[in-house]
Every structure is written in C-alpha cells, then in structure tokens.
Ligand binder design. Structure first.
Ligand code: ASP
Length: 584
C-alpha cells in the first residue's frame, strides 16, 4: 500500500498513529542532527523529521533527497514543538522510520511554490510542473466544483446532457472558423463548432425539451487575456419557454453556484434594457459595482461659442466623487489615457466643483459659472467632485467615456474583486449595420427571434428591431448570453433575406434547419455561459488562462507540446491540399 493517508489530512487527533505517506519532496533542510523534509501531494504538505542520533542510516538516505523526488515514508505522528499556523497540518510532524525513493527528479526549472521564480513562458513550457503549484491547482479545483455543481443543478431540473459533433460544417456568420480538411472527401472541409447552436435547436425539434452540455467551442479570433481559441461553454436550450423562464432558471443557476461554492447570497438580478445600458454606461456589459453613470449635457453646452461642443453629436459627462483636488498632472494623465489610440478620444474637458462652492473648468473662456453649475447639477455633483466630459460622434464618445469611467472606478478603488454585481442586459437590437460591408449582420446570431411587436419594422427600419436576446453580466464581464429563437421556417427565411442571403445561399447553408422547422418545431430558446470566464470571476482573476489546465499563449500556441506544428508532405498529399510542406 503506497499510503494510509494524504499529505493534507493528519492533525493532533492522529498523534502516535503509524502512517504511510507518499508524495513529492517540496524541500529538505538540515539543522544540526535533524533533517526536515516537507512532503507534498494534491491535498497538502506534511513535515517529515529524520533524527541523526536515532537513525543515522536513514539520515544519510534523507540527505540525498532532491526537490521533487517522489518518496514513500512510514513513521509515527508526533506533536511539533515549533508549530506552523499557516498550514492545516502545521501542528504535527512524522518521525520517519522508513524511507523509500519511488522516483528521482531533475532539478525543476522553477520553484514549485505559490511565489515562483518562473516566468510565464517557462511555466507554460513546463505546465505539468506549474500545475503542481497549489495556487494553480486550486483554480482547477474551483473549475471542477463549478462544473459539477452546474451539472447537479441542471440535472435536478430535468436537463439532459447530450454530446453534439465536433466535426461540423463551416458557416459564414459569426467569428472565423477553424477548418479541418477531409481526407475521404477531397477538397472538402469540416469546421470546428463555434457553439453547438444549430444542434441544440435541432434537439428541441426532436423533443428533448431541456438540453445542456459543458462543451468545447472553437473560434479563430485574435487572442486577448480573456480569449482562447478553444474555450468551454455551459450550453443550454429549452422548449416551450419565454424569455422570463430562461432568465429565472439561469439566474437560479448563478445564485446556486455563488451560494454553494462561495457562500454568497445574491440579491435578484436587475434587468437593464440595452438602450439604457448604452445611455448610462456606454457599454452592453456595464460594471455596476459603482455608479458614476453618464449624463448627457449637449443641450446645456450649445450656442456659447465653443465649437468643439457645438459640432459634437454627443456631449457626455461623469462625476468623479471627491476628485476636485486632482492635480494638473493627474488631469494630464487622464487626458493622455483617453487619447491613447486604443481609446481614441480627441480630448478631455473637466469642471472642478471646489469644496468652497467655486467652480473652475478647462472651458472657463466659454462658459460662466451659472452654466457650469447646470452641468454639475445634472450629474448630481457635490462640492469636492470632478466632472469629466467627452464629446464626439455618439457611439464613439460613449465608448470612450465608458473606458474613462472604468479607469476612474479602478483609481478610486471601486472595483472590488470580492464584490459581485450581476445583472441581465435585455432587449438587444436584432441587427447591426456594418458600414464597410454595407449590410446588416445579426447582433447575436441569425436564429434569434425579433420581438413580436417589432417584426413589422423588419422591412422598413431593420435597425430599430429589438430581439428577444439577453446577456448575463457580472462586474463588467459578459458571462453568458442567449435568446428566444425563431421557430417558424417562414420567419427564418425572412431573417436570412434581411441578412442578405439569397434563397439558394440560405438553403445551402441552413437548409437542414429550415426543413426541420417544417416538422413541428416547438417554441424554444436558450443560453450559453462562458465557463472559463465564470471561473475566473469566481477566482478573482483577470485572465482565463489561469483557469484552463493547458492553455494557449497569445499567438494561439501550446508551448508545452509545441503546437501547431508542421506536418509531412505525405500527410498533406493525403489530404489533397496541394500545398508544399514547410520543414522547420
Ligand atoms: N450559441 C450562442 C453563443 O455561443 C448562445 C446561445 O444563443 O445560446 O453565443
């Protein structure tokens, strides 16, 4: 038997028991005639003691141990004279009587401790060693708990997990597909699913009623900290439901996860229509941990000779509490922040509401105090507050003001990682106009249903049609999104035509769905959560990479297995790709 106990479970209650433990040598150190070895496994660390006086031969063996060697020890649980309050096993140690080396180890390329000396690239190359570190492993334990609790919650509500295929066909809507050449069908390609969207809808046509799947999805997009080419969704679909039913069940799931895993009772989630989210926060995923909502002041600024405001479509302001004392330098830094190319504002205008009630601004030349006071009042500013103003084309200026608001929230310490503000954003527009391509795109996807009361606008004002679509947002991160679907083949056909598909194209791409809809499709809708993001929010992390066992780097590369990689000419020829192999 390799072990009687784990390295995380022995306590004073086990005193004098003879135990056998197996694990990795975290560190070994000698103090005079005593050798102390920390033995580690997934469950914790336990201290082993070897005494030169009582067992010299054993000490010689222990002296030879190196970091990360795999050993088995037998010994007696004893009380430590020098207790370590920082670890659960810190009251005891094992007086070792037998030591067996199960495997030696080379010196690891970085220290296997929470505070490691290994940089990102090195840790990714040796990810299997990185995963030995407690802080990395605990993120994956959390991920497991969340997936497990999700399955249990959904199973209790009659959801059935069904696997859908990974080799499917490419579709032009949405993000870029990863494609896979088919050897047996020369010149043809599979695509990896961006989501199981069509399959889950077909399962509703099949009468499965409540489906879910914790499933890998693939999108060939440029990567950022919160994106990976392959990621995991908690994907769900339900029949005979309206939006309200879906929001209730999945608000329930989120509350259940917070309660069962973090012990947090969440209040009911507010619902914010998309148009209000844009007006108040300039974002469809607002961080509602703090206020500082936008006010529009265009009407209070025009006609005073300040051309910048006069010519702007939109003039928006936020009031930063207690910031009237910002120095010239701080204001310059904020101005530079909004002028960075990623944000792209042409400038930043401020109004200081001094504690003594006086008002100073960067546009004093054009506006008297009475006018400036009107702006401050609209923003609800008090003496001591600072009004920050951005203007320009409406959507752009709102986005810029959104970035500024988030920056001010961070500067003022209002974005606490242990506070969780959840909400639903609802009533998204159905369509989005692409100026470059000169056509409408589905904002969510082409299967999302327009609101019944807006259907008549599809021909005349497609941009005004609202969708039965919703997103769940936590702390400014979109955690999940979904919609009520079109289930009528005629309406689906109409939607494809609004999106610029010819009848033949729609038939070629999605004929199977429209055909399926002819055979009694029930009303249905669903949602998908990004599991990686959900876990990283729970763990208080900014990057989803830390909650994925074997993630890819920013160039989509797995540094450990060195993928993607070149393949042989034979493999390429077999796939009828007619391209020349590259040798590395
Ligand atoms: N398939 C959608 C997505 O991946 C979610 C849904 O509509 O259920 O965003």
């Amino acid at each position: 038997m390799y072990r009687t106990n784990t390295c995380g479970e022995l306590r004073l209650a086990n005193l004098n028991q003879e135990v056998t433990l197996s694990g990795w040598v975290q560190k070994a150190r000698r103090f005079g005639g005593m050798i102390f070895v920390d033995l580690r496994d997934r469950y914790g660390i336990t201290q082993m003691v070897f005494n030169q006086e009582t067992n010299a031969a054993l000490c010689e063996q222990a002296d030879a141990l190196g970091r990360e060697w795999v050993v088995q020890v037998k010994g007696i649980v004893a009380e430590r004279s020098n207790k370590n309050p920082n670890i659960p096993t810190g009251d005891i140690e094992i007086i070792v009587s037998e030591l067996k080396v199960l495997n030696s180890s080379e010196v690891p390329p970085f220290t296997i401790e929470d505070e490691t000396d290994g940089g990102d690239d090195l840790r990714m190359k040796y990810r299997y060693l990185d995963l030995r570190r407690g802080c990395v492993r605990s993120n994956l334990e959390l991920r497991h708990q969340m997936a497990f609790a999700t399955r249990s919650y959904l199973n209790d509500l009659n959801f059935m997990e069904v696997e859908t295929p990974v080799l499917i066909g490419s579709t032009p809507e949405g993000a870029r597909d990863f494609i896979v050449p088919s050897r047996m069908n020369p010149g043809e390609f599979y695509a990896l699913p961006q989501s199981p969207q069509l399959f889950k809808q077909l399962l509703m046509v099949s009468g499965f009623d409540r489906y879910f799947q914790i499933v890998k999805c693939f999108r060939d997009e440029d990567l950022r900290a919160d994106r990976q080419p392959e990621f995991t969704q908690i994907d769900c679909e339900m029949s005979f439901v309206e939006q309200e039913d879906i929001l209730n069940i999945f608000e329930g799931l989120t509350k259940y996860l917070f309660k069962s895993i973090k012990g947090i009772d969440l209040p009911d989630f507010p619902r914010l229509p998309y148009s209000d989210a844009m007006r108040l926060y300039g974002s469809d995923k607002p961080d509602t941990r703090f206020g500082m909502t936008f006010v529009e002041i265009k009407d209070l600024t025009t006609g005073k000779g300040f051309g910048v405001f006069d010519n702007a479509e939109y003039v928006g302001a936020i009031s930063a509490e207690g910031c009237a004392n910002y120095t010239r330098k701080q204001l310059d830094e904020l101005t530079n922040f909004v002028k960075r190319p990623q944000i792209g504002a042409s400038g930043l205008i401020y109004v200081r509401y001094e504690m003594d009630g006086s008002i100073k601004s960067s546009v004093d030349k054009f506006y008297d105090s009475d006018t400036l006071k009107l702006w401050l009042d609209r923003a609800g500013a008090k003496p001591g507050d600072l009004l920050l103003i951005i203007c320009g084309q409406k959507e752009k200026a709102q986005k810029q003001l959104c970035e500024l608001r988030l920056e001010m929230g961070s500067q003022l310490g209002l974005r606490n990682k242990n506070q969780f503000n959840c909400l639903w954003v609802t009533d998204f527009p159905l369509l989005e106009y692409d100026e470059e391509l000169n056509r409408y795109f589905a904002k969510h996807h082409p299967f999302t249903s327009p609101k019944t009361e807006d259907i008549h606008l599809l021909d005349t004002h497609p941009g005004d049609v609202r969708a039965n679509a919703y997103d769940m947002v936590i702390n400014g991160v979109e955690i999940g999104g979904g919609s009520i679907r079109i289930f009528d083949s005629e309406l689906q056909r109409k939607m494809f035509s609004v999106l610029g598909f010819t009848e033949e194209q729609a038939q070629a791409q999605f004929g199977f769905l429209m055909n399926a809809f002819k055979y009694g499709a029930p009303p249905h809708g669903g949602i998908a959560f990004g599991l990686d993001r959900f876990v990283s929010i729970f763990a208080g992390l900014d990057s989803i990479r830390d909650v994925i066992a074997f993630p890819k780097n920013n160039s989509g590369r797995d540094m450990m297995i060195d993928a993607p990689s070149t393949v042989s000419q034979e493999q390429l020829d077999e796939l009828h790709l007619n391209i020349k192999a590259i040798s590395k």
